[in-house]
Ligand binder design. Structure first.
Ligand SMILES: NC(=O)c1ccc[n+]([C@@H]2O[C@H](COP(=O)([O-])OP(=O)(O)OC[C@H]3O[C@@H](n4cnc5c(N)ncnc54)[C@H](OP(=O)(O)O)[C@@H]3O)[C@@H](O)[C@H]2O)c1
Length: 171
């Protein structure tokens, strides 16, 4: 059976900030296009707060929302009351669809719990430092090596330049 990798997908400022007041603290059109392309068809796991900030399921992929509320029902999404249960749903979906990655798409609480389980990180480093209330956990260089890197100047629909890096777990 083919291995299915757990992949954290995030956009992170230089000071680790990923969110402010329940939303993203930037608009990055180019990164959103990349996000759609790299996650298409793959199961997505997100925390209930991140789902609420997006407001609707992302089309073309199975959306799994994690909440401790067992009564939570969201049209167009699967729900799970633990990260482990969400991963089990995502694995089943990945096998059925024949894809080799499960995407963990935040937010801070979910990234913190999922980092130890991750095989790969797809990080857009946003080249700015700004205030926020939600951060990405530290990426330990002893555990992760950069396999791919692409720097993008800020385009018309981007607030900041970015550097996209794919980190592979080396230990
Ligand atoms: N820059 C980026 O790439 C990026 C990506 C995603 C999100 N964000 C930002 O991150 C912020 C949201 O992050 P956040 O840390 O506040 O919240 P979050 O991680 O999106 O969601 C937290 C919620 O998930 C549920 N949860 C967490 N761990 C669980 C577990 N082990 N079992 C069951 N349920 C669990 C709980 O829901 P209940 O309270 O319902 O029990 C918890 O309140 C927003 O500002 C958003 O815009 C940024």
């Amino acid at each position: 059976m083919e291995k299915i990798d757990i992949v954290l997908v995030a956009a992170v400022a230089e000071n680790g900030v990923i969110g402010r007041a329940g939303d993203m603290p930037w608009h990055l059109g180019s990164d959103f296009r990349r996000f759609r392309a790299i996650t298409k068809g793959k199961p997505q796991i997100m925390g209930r707060k991140t789902f609420e900030s997006i407001g609707k399921p992302l089309p073309g992929r199975t959306n799994i929302v994690v909440s401790r509320d067992p009564g939570l029902v969201i049209e167009g999404c699967l729900t799970a009351t633990s990260l482990e249960d969400a991963l089990a749903l995502a694995r089943k979906d990945a096998v059925e669809k024949g894809v080799d990655e499960i995407c963990i798409q935040g937010g801070g609480e979910i990234y913190r719990q999922a980092l130890a389980l991750a095989d790969r990180l797809r990080i857009t480093h946003v080249e700015t430092t700004l205030a926020g209330d939600t951060v990405f956990p530290e990426i330990d260089p002893a555990l992760w090596e950069v396999g791919e890197e692409e720097r993008l100047p800020a385009g018309e629909k981007d607030d900041y330049p970015t550097c996209y890096r794919v980190y592979e777990r080396c230990r």
